[in-house]
Ligand binder design. Sequence first.
Ligand code: NAD
Length: 359
Amino acid sequence: MTFKLLLLPGDGIGPEVVAQAEKTILQLNQQFSLGIELEYALVGGGAIDKTGTPLPEITLSLAKDAHAILLGAVGGPQWDTRNPNERPEKGLLQLRKSFNLFANLRPAILYAELVNASTLKPEYVTDLDLMIIRELTGGLYFGEPRGVEIKDKIKSARNTMVYDETEIERIAKVAFDIATKRGKKVCSVDKANVLEVSQLWREIVTKVHKQYPTIELSHMYVDNAAMQLIQRPKQFDVILTENVFGDILSDSAAMLTGSIGMLPSASMNDAQFGLYEPVHGSAPDIAGKDIANPIATLLSVAMMFKYSLHQPNIANMLEDAIKQVLAQGLRTKDIAKDASYVGTEEMGHAIRKVLLKFN
Ligand code: NAD
């Protein structure tokens, strides 16, 4: 079996962190004869500069042939003045739409070695390991009607939060399936005391839960969830929620872990095709300086091995190698306590060196 992976380095620090992923994948491929083939393509600002569009046809066609995609990041100040349809981020949105990537998986894990990097006291976050499952292609960001209108000289704007039961059912299944392989708890977050959409959400999640008797299901209003994430984050295993609530809660959860340079993500469809990317952006302020943390991207690679390539052992090895390197005291600048830190390349190299010991 051959696995085709498409690498989309993108802009800013994207190429630097994806270079570490590429070297790591090639090493693992050789070490464990995984049959991985890599392809490369343009996306984002670099693609606009070279082809006039953020998602060139050739990129889309290579993506259709791939088993999974690894993306660095897109965007930068040089493209910020363009209109929204011609900006680098549009390439990413088109990719999500083309492949119907409705399930966004964002783990927030705090490694014991980095407990002081969190803004919360150690007793609240030590051993934190939660997963947010956010619906990514429906709800308020996509609902119609939307737009701005002027009536009787008064300007108004409207967006629509809408979900049908099939959209809720498929994302609920993803959450329950993932919880089955983790702590067996799902907390579904909604605003059912006010919103009809949330009442339907709760009804369907409760119905789907009947197929998963081993999973404990709870429901929480989103305002309470925002509070509980800060007050008692370790109560959560899997949080299931809709698009806009998930957008906000996943950034809060991210900050519990200290650095955005540590956080991976996956966006998947029904066929377990996934787009894997670090949560961070293109960080133009540090691009080209060899100081970006490559761990978020390497953890995204681990997610890719787990969810799209069905190689959980390789995923565990990679996560383990990252933990070992952190335990050795190696830090990139964003997670360093003092002035001693290593660069992007050196961090990647250290992780690959540990990986070589596995067989
Ligand atoms: P950002 O995530 O790029 O950077 C925020 C801060 O975190 C910066 O100080 C940056 O130096 C730091 N940082 C980010 N990643 C890091 C890493 N791996 N190691 C160490 N430090 C890191 O967010 P921003 O500054 O708001 O956005 C910059 C550009 O990225 C914008 O053009 C934005 O549109 C784009 N963006 C893209 C994505 C994406 O591609 N998925 C996501 C968010 C932002």
